[in-house]
Design a protein around this ligand. Structure first.
Ligand code: FAD
Length: 517
């Protein structure tokens, strides 16, 4: 693509950029833009930053509906660089959580002690010993590997031949695991096990579509002490990024919903907001929902065949219903994450739901006062029924929310008898809630569904026929994720600098790494 013509107010070295969206990718793009000396303005639909990495206050409780854990798959430098992690931000995970099969009462703690995990899984199903051994051996083989996966897949606009070779070199210990038996969906692997309990356990470790190696890698990171929880959730993670951006002189405008990206002569030259106001800049980065960016803000005019096929055919993550209960009790000794395979399905929005997961947050992370806790339950749900109810009659939608929260609480009562009596607050977020605050397609909490085919792909971040514009975030990065989105913001700025005839963004000033734990 030829270098773009300057349309706006920028002077050489002081070009300006408008960034649509203040999620993790938009904040990251803003930070790297400012580090590179670009004038940066982030326009955000909502009244606060974070996008799907969301948190809010309800009375004495903080509801955190984002980021579950931080995987340190190759260094946490990028997180530090954007101000997301500071001293004491992380607490190390010693297990992924507790799985319980309600029908049989079988309980498994997914520990990072892989030998113990092997013994526990073999004990549940001796007939699956060979499969269990193969799986645990794979996880053990990946211990100590610098995955460097995210940084390895640079967008094609930036990748050179040497980048490809460098990526291969960095991933050399991983390569054999990216193919063959290791690359099939973990749900398929699970389907081959004899024990129904182990089948459900393996499917519950993340999404059943992700490749086997991804779960092995997760267990390897866990065993290496490189899986962490955010001690105070999204509040300080996003707050740190926002503070960094502002401290670098970036402009942020909330309640600014972009309706159109203005284009002249095949070049993006600014945006028009829902209220009719126009803002111009030399470049536009969209770190917002991909579908609405391409097909609404740009009216589908720059969607080539590949882009259309992607949006027609690729699956997105299934949306979640999240119910957070503020409770006048604590859960000493309980794991942070739990997963319950239900003996009989729940009905949520008219559909059966076979499993319930939850996480517990307490005063140590500042989520509630002493003696209280937040239990946040999650079930996979569908967009359609919630949207239909909302459009038909908001009181029916609200009633369904209440019914779902009551049914989930009743189920939790089987695990924690008497829990209902300690409920002080119930907060329900449906896929429509996610849509309302982030405009993500059908309330998706992430981007594209992580499948073996997609997870190692890199997507173009520009659109055919349009200059001065690129994308960042979970729709421009297969697999989305926190590190993927941080790095994608950096890549977007790198591309702008390439167009400007400049080199990569300077790294943030080096400070001694803080003790993150
Ligand atoms: C419950 C949950 C748990 C998760 N757990 C993990 C985890 O453990 N590990 C991990 O790596 N990832 C996790 N993720 C995924 C990860 O958080 C996301 O992939 C990432 O935060 C997406 O960031 P983003 O900036 O690309 O998009 P978004 O967060 O969607 O941000 C887009 C922003 O653009 C704004 N916007 C949209 N349209 C417009 C418009 N027209 N005008 C102006 N602004 C607009 C939105 O309001 C939003 O703020 C989790 C997500 C959720 C919800």
């Amino acid at each position: 693509m030829p270098p773009p013509r300057r349309a706006g107010k920028g002077r050489p070295g002081h070009a300006s950029v408008i960034i649509i969206g203040a999620g993790i990718a938009g904040l990251s793009a803003g930070i790297y833009a400012r580090l590179a000396g670009l004038e940066a303005t982030i326009l955000e639909h909502h009244t606060r930053a974070g996008g799907v990495a969301a948190w809010w206050r309800r009375g004495q409780y903080v509801i955190d509906d984002g980021i579950h854990f931080i995987m340190d798959g190759g260094g946490l430098e990028a997180y530090r660089e954007v101000g997301a992690l500071g001293p004491g931000s992380l607490s190390r995970m010693d297990g992924l959580g507790r799985f319980t099969d309600e029908s049989t009462g079988t309980r498994i703690d997914t520990t990072g002690d892989l030998d113990r995990l092997r013994t526990d899984l073999r004990g549940i199903s001796p007939g699956d010993a060979a499969q269990v051994d193969w799986f645990i051996d794979g996880a053990k083989a990946l211990r100590g590997v610098d995955m460097g996966l995210i940084e390895s897949f640079r967008p094609p606009e930036l990748a050179g031949t040497l980048d490809g070779l460098w990526a291969m070199w960095k991933m050399r210990r991983l390569l054999r695991y990216l193919a063959g038996r290791y690359a099939r969906p973990v749900g398929d692997f699970a389907g081959g096990l004899r024990s129904p309990v182990l089948r459900d356990l393996f499917r519950s470790l993340f999404l059943p579509e992700v490749p086997v190696w991804f779960i092995m890698m997760t267990l390897a990171l866990l065993a290496d002490g490189r899986m962490s929880l955010l001690r105070t959730g999204c509040r300080d993670f996003i707050g740190g990024m926002e503070a960094k951006y502002r401290s670098l002189g970036g402009e942020m405008v909330f309640r600014s919903t972009v309706e159109r990206i203005m284009v002249e002569g095949g070049r993006a030259l600014g945006v028009r907001l829902r209220d009719g106001a126009e803002r111009r800049a030399d470049y536009v980065i969209s770190a917002a929902d991909g579908r609405s960016t391409i097909f609404s803000m740009l009216e589908g005019k720059y969607a080539g065949r590949a882009v259309r096929e992607r949006y027609a055919g690729w699956k997105t993550v299934r949306p979640l219903l999240t119910v957070s209960y503020g409770l006048a009790r604590t859960f000493e000794g309980e794991p942070h994450f739990s997963f319950l395979q239900l003996a009989s399905p729940l009905r949520v929005a008219g559909r059966p739901v076979g499993a319930l997961s939850w996480r517990i947050m307490d005063r140590r992370g500042g989520f509630c006062p002493e003696g209280r806790s937040v239990l946040q339950a999650m079930v996979e749900t569908e967009w359609g029924p919630w949207k239909e109810l909302l459009e038909k009659d908001i009181s029916l939608y609200e009633m369904e929310k209440r019914d779902a929260a009551a049914a989930i609480l009743q189920t939790l009562g089987r695990v924690y008898p008497g829990i209902g009596a300690s409920v002080e607050l119930t907060d329900v977020a449906t896929p429509c809630t996610t849509w309302r605050y982030t405009l993500n397609h059908e309330g998706a909490w992430g981007g594209w569904l992580i499948t073996p085919e997609l997870v190692t792909k890199s997507l173009p971040i520009t659109l055919p026929g349009l200059s001065g514009f690129c994308m960042a975030g979970q729709w421009a990065t297969p697999g989305g994720s926190v590190p993927g989105c941080i790095v994608s913001g950096k890549y977007a700025v790198e591309l702008l600098l390439k167009w400007e005839g400049r080199r990569s963004p300077p790294a943030a000033p080096q400070t001694p790494p803080p003790a993150l734990y």
